[in-house]
Design a protein around this ligand. Structure first.
Ligand SMILES: Cc1cc2nc3c(=O)[nH]c(=O)nc-3n(C[C@H](O)[C@H](O)[C@H](O)COP(=O)(O)O)c2cc1C
Length: 313
């Protein structure tokens, strides 16, 4: 296994949220406590995704979000041009990739590899353009195909490879196939569902894609469990994603086994400086909880030791 680069602080954005290079630079300039930045998933061609509306936003914090973007992204050529000019001061660059099958995943991995400190393989987007097959979902639900994808990506890059799993799958079987095929860690995980929201005025589905992946606080217990189970089974590096919006959420994922924490939905609707402030608040809270102990000691501790006295007081 290739060791993951140090991501310090161990907080990153989640792919699809604040995930373009100019935003990374703005966040760095605002003093965000993010040790790494993840791109929007890069695929084999420019994609428009679904028509609007593509997001159902909660009116109150704490409610789930639904999105049915279906992977809109710029072309790989545009990504290459953008990433070639991306200079991050002290943070790592994580390139998220997707493809229509093992060959395309391998090609995109090879193209993005020179720019990436880490490649995250999106095996898990549940959204579809109506009438089309949900591609990532059909790959990420099949251990054999997921393993083949990771094997091809492994052969196409010398950078560490993370397999980002779907909660809507037999994820332990998928993870086992990915680890066997050479993954260096797991992303736990993508959005749940998909789910549905109906407009009571029109009586119709709100999202143009009809259904959308569920993220935010409603997703947290599901992906926290995925993190816990994957850590117990594989003991590998894990990026925890799903409803992280406070230091308590970050601590829970770390105790379950995540060594990197991804923040997505909690950033939505925030300005760059508000998003940066949120990351600082989360990291300060985690550090206070640690009380001077090194962060790695907390990773997976729910499987080993009781909480320190200070945390129980
Ligand atoms: C608007 C939106 C767009 C997303 N786009 C991507 C994507 O391009 N690739 C990917 O792997 N995950 C994507 N995701 C999933 C997130 O990266 C993350 O795994 C998920 O939202 C759970 O984290 P959260 O609850 O903090 O948002 C997207 C999520 C949202 C809400």
């Amino acid at each position: 296994m290739i060791a993951l680069p140090e991501i310090n602080p161990p907080l990153i954005n989640a792919s699809g949220i604040l995930s373009y290079p100019e935003v990374f630079r703005a966040l760095e300039a605002s003093g965000a406590a993010l040790g790494g930045y993840v791109t929007k998933s890069v695929g084999p061609a420019e994609g428009a995704g679904n028509e609007n509306p593509v997001v159902v936003c909660p009116e109150d914090e704490g409610q789930p979000l639904l999105n049915s973007l279906a992977l809109p992204t710029q072309s790989p050529e545009d990504w290459e041009a953008d990433l070639a000019q991306t200079r991050l001061e002290s943070s790592r660059l994580i390139v998220s990739i997707y493809g229509g099958g093992p060959d395309e995943f391998g090609e995109i991995a090879a193209r993005m590899s020179p720019f990436a400190d880490l490649i995250e393989v999106n095996l898990s987007c549940p959204n579809r353009v109506p009438g089309e097959v949900a591609l990532m979902e059909s790959i990420g639900q099949r251990p054999d195909l997921s393993g083949e994808v990771i094997g091809r990506v492994r052969d196409s890059t010398t950078k560490p490879v993370i397999a980002k799993l779907s909660p809507n799958s037999d994820y332990l079987a998928v993870a086992a196939a990915c680890m066997d095929a050479g993954a260096d860690g797991l992303g736990c995980g993508n959005t749940l569902g998909p789910g549905l929201a109906i407009d009571t005025v029109t009586g119709k589905a709100i999202l143009a894609g009809t259904t959308g992946g569920i993220s935010g606080p409603a997703l947290k217990p599901v992906n926290l469990r995925m993190t816990y189970e994957c850590y117990a089974l594989f003991g590998c590096p894990i990026i925890g994603y799903g409803g992280i919006g406070s230091w308590e959420d970050a601590v829970e994922y770390t105790l379950a086994g995540a060594c990197i924490l991804g923040i997505g939905t909690a950033f939505l609707g925030k300005t760059t400086s508000e998003a940066a402030r949120l990351t600082r608040r989360i990291w300060e809270g985690v550090q206070a909880y640690l009380g001077g102990a090194p962060f790695p000691e907390m990773v997976g501790r729910a499987h080993r030791d009781p909480a320190p006295e200070a945390a129980r007081a």
